[in-house]
Design a protein around this ligand. Sequence first.
Ligand code: 5RP
Length: 241
Amino acid sequence: MTATPVFDPAKDAAAIAATKLVQPGMKLGLGTGSTAVVFVHRLAERVKAEGFALRCASTSKATAELAQSLGLSIETLDEIGWLDLTIDGADEVDPALNLIKGGGAAHLREKIVATASDRMVVIADDSKVVDQLGRFPLPVEVIPFGWEATRLLIERGLAGLGYGGRPVERREKGGAPVLTDEGNYVLDLKLEAISDAPALAMMLSSVAGVVEHGLFLNICSMAIIGQKDGTVVELGGEDKA
Ligand SMILES: O=C(CO)[C@H](O)[C@H](O)COP(=O)(O)O
């Protein structure tokens, strides 16, 4: 029998609390990243102990492989159709539950899965809670074809909104571009503070070559924030209209 790994206590607290939102028979979206990994472990433990059925769709190949290795069954989003709940991590969470995601380069599938769900709940440790989004570089997934031109257009769009800086291509340690599960590149925008997230989202979505950005606006309905002492704080809790 494989022993459960030792998890960061804050991430573990948030993950365990999130497993309590899962009801037998649910159609569930599984997120990506280190906090989502903890959730998948804790969920698999609960499913094994209680023996109930779930239908799960994954936001990444990595999460799908982990979930299957722990005995959870994974189907495609198209096979399931619509989800009751998605549980995912985040890079930043603001007081209105707007998010930056994509630190793991999975924000395209994460956004598709989250918006195909009745509810999206974020699990995170308290380092992710911010007053204003933007300290974490904003990930933007772009098509490899003509990506330098796409970067230039984004840079010009940023300047038009009063932001400086040049989008930085995300690279592996060896120098190769990071590829998303869809085979695209990721540009990271170092903005420091995002004053008008909807305007920024609109600008990015209007650039040819941009597939998806990591701003999740009005998508998350609750955040479970784990603390180092193993307790959790819930932000939100009301479903967004
Ligand atoms: O958006 C994501 C992946 O694209 C992750 O959810 C985000 O990066 C948080 O990851 P972690 O739980 O490892 O801090």
